[in-house]
Design a protein around this ligand. Sequence first.
Ligand code: NAP
Length: 224
Amino acid sequence: MTETVLILGGTREAAQIAAEFVRDHPDWRVITSLAGRTKEPKPVVGEVRSGGFGGTEGLADYLRAECVTRLVDATHPFARQISRNAKQAARIAGVRLETRMRPPWKNQAGDQWIEVASLEEACDAIPPHARVLLALGSQHIALFASRKDVHFCVRMVDPPEIPLPLPDHELIIGLPGRTVDEEAALLTDNAISHIVCRNSGGDGAYAKIEAARRLAVPVIMIGR
Ligand code: NAP
C-alpha cells in the first residue's frame, strides 16, 4: 500500500529515516518537516517543508490537507512541544503516529557526571570560577548570565542574531566535533573544567562525552 509519510525532523535520525523510506518505498510520498531554525540545514532526501504548523490544530489541518497516512515523530528528545502537538494532531486527524526517540546516554565507568534535572540546577551546579563548555541551544543561554564568575565557551551552529548576554564568554561556531580527538583538543585548548549539556542521546554529539571521560572533565548532565 502506498503511503504519505510526514516525518517531524530536525535530527540526523530523521534524515536517516527519510533516506530509508525513499530508498525502500519509491512509491511513497515522504515529507520531512523542519522547524526552520537552522539557516543552512543539511540536505534531506524526499520532500522538505519548513516552519511551524500553527499548533496542534495547524498540524492536524496539514495532515488532512496532505492526506498523510503515517506521522513519524523523530524530533530531538528535548523538543517537547512538537511531540505533544504530534500526539494530539494524530488523534484529531486519525493518523497513525510512530515515535522514534533516541535513548539517553548512559553513565559509564570513568564518566564524572553531575546529574541535574533542569537548566536552573545546571547553572547552580557550576563551581565558582569554572571554565565551561556550554553545549546548549541558543534559547537556553540567557539563564547562565547570572554566573558572572564563570568563563563560558558557547558552541552554536549559527552565529547568534543578537549578542549573547553572558558577561565572560567566547563563541565557537560549528557543529559538534565528530571524533573524540577533535573534542578532546577543544576541551584542552580552551582549558575547559566542566561541560554543561543535555542528555540528548545519539551519536552526533557523543564525542564530547567520550572526550570528557578521557580527560576526566566533569559533565553537568541535564536529564530528560
Ligand atoms: P519545540 O519546543 O518542541 O517546538 C516549538 C515549536 O516549533 C512547535 O510548537 C512547532 O511550531 C515548531 N516546530 C518544532 N519542530 C518542528 C518541526 N520539526 N517541524 C515544524 N515545526 C516544528 O521544538 P524545539 O526544541 O524548538 O526544536 C525545534 C526543532 O529543532 C525540532 O524539529 C527538533 O527536532 C530540532 N532540534 C532541537 C534540539 C533541541 O535541543 N531542542 C536539538 C536539535 C534539533 P507550531 O506549534 O507552530 O507547529
